[in-house]
Ligand binder design. Structure first.
Ligand code: SME
Length: 169
């Protein structure tokens, strides 16, 4: 009867796999409520990074890079200091941005061109921030666990990214 895992947002609790969908659904609702009514893009990206980092288990970095010209520039995040500028097409972030698709990297050492900001990172998920046809940047999650992200995480984080995009306008 104990099924409180997804009822505790911001907890960094681990989750049974079957609760993943519920946790992402709850986090999406929390995020929507957190960002609604505020129109400052920096404040909203900062709160989104904090909410995601403290709600999803086994992360060592969560945050945003925003498109500035032909490169991505570091935005609000939680975790250790990170590389500031990533050209389009470089690393996991630059590749996801250029190809406008989410990328799940189960083992960063096996991804050619991966940019190591924190040597603790073992796996990564990058989701592009798309406002219609316009690329705004990416949401980047790093984990110290190999194989941390799967297709449920991709789908869940794409839903979170869509909420963030609506609050960056
Ligand atoms: N690993 C990323 C760089 C950003 S950090 O992980 C925060 C990449 O390869 O693009």
């Amino acid at each position: 009867m104990h099924d409180a895992t997804h009822a505790v947002p911001w907890s960094q609790a681990s989750w049974p796999a079957q609760n993943k969908t519920a946790l992402y659904r709850d986090l999406a609702q929390e995020l929507q409520a957190l960002l609604d009514g505020e129109d400052d893009a920096t404040a909203n990206a900062a709160n989104a990074a904090a909410a995601i980092y403290h709600s999803l288990p086994a992360l060592n970095w969560a945050g945003f890079y925003f498109l500035r010209g032909t490169e991505l520039v570091l935005g609000p995040f939680q975790g250790k200091p990170a590389c500031v500028r990533i050209p389009l097409g470089r690393g996991v972030c630059g590749t996801a941005a250029q190809e406008r698709r989410s990328i799940v990297v189960p083992d960063v050492e096996a991804f050619p061109g991966h940019i190591a900001c924190d040597s603790a990172s073992q796996s990564e998920l990058v989701v592009p921030l798309l406002d219609g046809d316009r690329l705004l940047g990416v949401l980047d999650l790093d984990s110290p666990e190999r194989g941390r992200f799967d297709d449920d995480d991709r789908a869940g984080c794409e839903a979170l990214a869509a909420i963030v995009v609506r609050h960056l306008r």
